[in-house]
Design a protein around this ligand. Sequence first.
Ligand SMILES: [Zn+2]
Length: 412
Amino acid sequence: MNAQRLDFQTTKTAARSSGFPAGDQPALGKRANLRPSNNNSNIRYDTRRLQSAAIKARMLSEHRSRLCGCVPVPKRGAVQIHIDTASGTCRYVSLYHCASATACPVCAATVRARRAQEIIYAGKRMIQEGFTYVSATLTAAHGPCTKLHEFIKQFNDAARKMKSGRAWQAFAGRWAVRYSIRTVDTTDDAPGTDPAARSGWHYHFHIIFFLEKHHLTENEAQKMESELADMWINALGRVGLSASRANGVAVDLPHLSVGVSGADAIKPLAQYVAKNVAWEMTGQDTKIGRMDRRISIWGMQRLALTSHPELLPRLDEYIRAMRGIAWMTWTQGLKHFVGLDELSDAELLEGAVATPIYTLTQADLTAVARQAGQRKLLEAAEAGGLEGIRAALAAAHAGHDILIGEPWLPPA
Ligand SMILES: [Zn+2]
């Protein structure tokens, strides 16, 4: 089967070649089909800007997100703005992106949204092939004193032990588990939680199991859950962790109802397991007043870098603990089976080369990054072409907001 490329999947060679004639830059007029200023995206760039500043001030450990969106990719020449003339959308070419889906708010949003699209694509293909699916969550007991780094090591070790045992082989055979996709997720106590109610880091797995089998009934799903719980609790015991039968494992059936097929139901599930930051950050996460008792990593990151600096050591513990941890894994062979290219998170971020309209200097990049204006500059390019870029950069160099032209203020 020929590997399928989704819209965002560009060939490695296409992304790396840049065969445009030097100095041949089209002048573009005003464009009618503007995208509205993307406030979520601007806040993510702003959060990255603040994270970079905290790293420089040694309040956070060194992390590659420090230079994300601020410098050219090494050995690839200057950063350029390219336009896709068909859609009128602009993008950066040769701008370094750190590709961290666990610690960079900018890259995580893009990588996770694209991974969710891959899951949707794979899910639909699997359903066409006659497979069904269930989702599962694996958790372990934790407390306010849980050290995240050690917990993750034990938790992942338990998962490895479980899957290498004979009981797992029998389980997979009984339920016709052929493939799975697994992501990790971490939440923490929201600031202000009553100390007596704190439960500390909550690191856990979300899994989609593809079964070569009819849709499970409620009873079957409960039986599967109970068998999985037996194996999981046993494996946790071997690494010094534990879970209750009630909380350790949950197996959920697809939310099928009249008019909702498995192919439709996988869309919200895919977005859930890949934790599409786009919606993760739009809710009440960043508004302290209405916050839940638990907080997502992205909500915590924003708070730590703005109104709640006392959370910085907590954010630092998280970023250090996640180093080298695979946040998403597909069973070997699944991508090939559904005909998807295997792309790393970094490759997923490489934009296709389009028509170059502007080459940025490092001074331009620095002035833009100082106000977290990477997204705004593209908006200015889409709205006003070359003129728009020049006006935006003049504003940025003067310390003025790229789009408004008045002194820049960080987003509230
Ligand atoms: Zn990044």
